[in-house]
Design a protein around this ligand. Structure first.
Ligand SMILES: [Fe+2]
Ligand SMILES: [Fe+2]
Length: 147
């Protein structure tokens, strides 16, 4: 499997999670329930973003540089993490909910950019063999998480 296909499959799972959070967060009354959703999202995103940072940034570095997007890609991961941390730290439910929903908005925009620009760019610029090898590394990393 190519790394782009693997990451795209992960994105599909995240889209379901984003839908769920947007649907349920407005009805949650307690701050601890909202914090739990933020923690779940943070935990799941950490592995995904780390894969992108570790396996993607390096091989695509020259292309990102050309687009002036080299820092943006990494910065957006940090911004999402920071917003989720605010949701987890918030003392009141309304504040926690606002940060959580704002993190979802950031995620949607970031994921959309990856799907429209970054993944197609990787498919264009990297050799099929490289995409397959990176996909293999992705699988090995995921299997290590499971064991
Ligand atoms: Fe990302
Ligand atoms: Fe992604």
């Amino acid at each position: 499997m190519k790394i782009t296909e693997a990451l795209m499959a992960e994105h599909l799972v995240f889209h379901n999670l984003f839908d769920y959070v947007e649907k349920t967060a407005p009805g949650l009354k307690s701050v601890s329930e909202i914090r739990s959703l933020a923690s779940l999202l943070e935990f799941m995103l950490a592995a995904h973003s780390k894969t992108e940072d570790d396996l993607f940034i390096g091989p695509l570095d020259p292309a990102f540089e050309q687009l002036g997007q080299r820092e943006t890609f990494h910065h957006e991961h940090e911004l999402i993490d920071h917003t989720l941390a605010l949701a987890k730290r918030a003392a009141r439910a309304d504040k926690a909910r606002a940060h959580l929903l704002s993190a979802i908005t950031l995620c949607r925009s970031h994921f959309d950019k990856e799907e429209r620009i970054v993944f197609p760019m990787a498919e264009r610029l990297l050799k099929s063999k490289t995409l397959q090898e990176l996909g293999k590394t992705w699988l090995e990393q995921r299997e290590r998480v499971i064991k």
